[in-house]
Every structure is written in structure tokens, then in C-alpha cells.
Design a protein around this ligand. Sequence first.
Ligand code: FES
Length: 105
Amino acid sequence: MPDYQFAADATEIPENGMKLVEVDEQLVLILKVDGQYYCIDDVCTHDGGTLCNGQLDGHAIACPRHGATFDIRNGAALKMPATQPTGVHEIKLDDGQLLVRLNQQ
Ligand code: FES
């Protein structure tokens, strides 16, 4: 299992906002909702759209292409046209730094 790697400073992620970062040559989204951090793939499983410009509503992020929605806590597809979850990764806060451990998929 890969180690945690530096992804961003916590101050870079606004509350109810997100930032696209690269971890180990993989683009992932870091999001912050209600003071908690989450990390998901920047990939909509409907047709490969990117989620980084999507609308965040609570714990749901909507793909800007056709409106599929995912739960940022577990990647679950909440709304068609997506039916498969997007990837989620472990994230932790350590002394002001956000560290991500990529899940192998
Ligand atoms: S690519 Fe995301 S909804 Fe179609």
C-alpha cells in the first residue's frame, strides 16, 4: 500500500471549496466541507469528464458536462447518467499539511 504523500497546504482549500492537485502523477480533487477534507478522482465515470469545475452542494459534486452527481465521502454515484462510483482516496491533516494516500484501483 502506498504511503501518504504531500498534496497541499490546508490553507489552500477554502471551506465548501476544492482544489485540483497532482499526487504521484495523478490528478485528484481535494475538497473541504464542514471542516472535513476529502479526496476524490477528478473523473466523472459517465464519460470521463473532469469534476474540478463542478458545482459542490453539501457533500455532492455535480459533473459540469451532463449533471451526474457523486458523494465526495465515498465516491458513490448519486444521480444519472453516472452509475459507477468515482475513486476516493485517504486524506489526513498533519501539521497544516494535507497528505493523501492513493487507493489502487
Ligand atoms: S461526463 Fe460527467 S455527466 Fe457525462
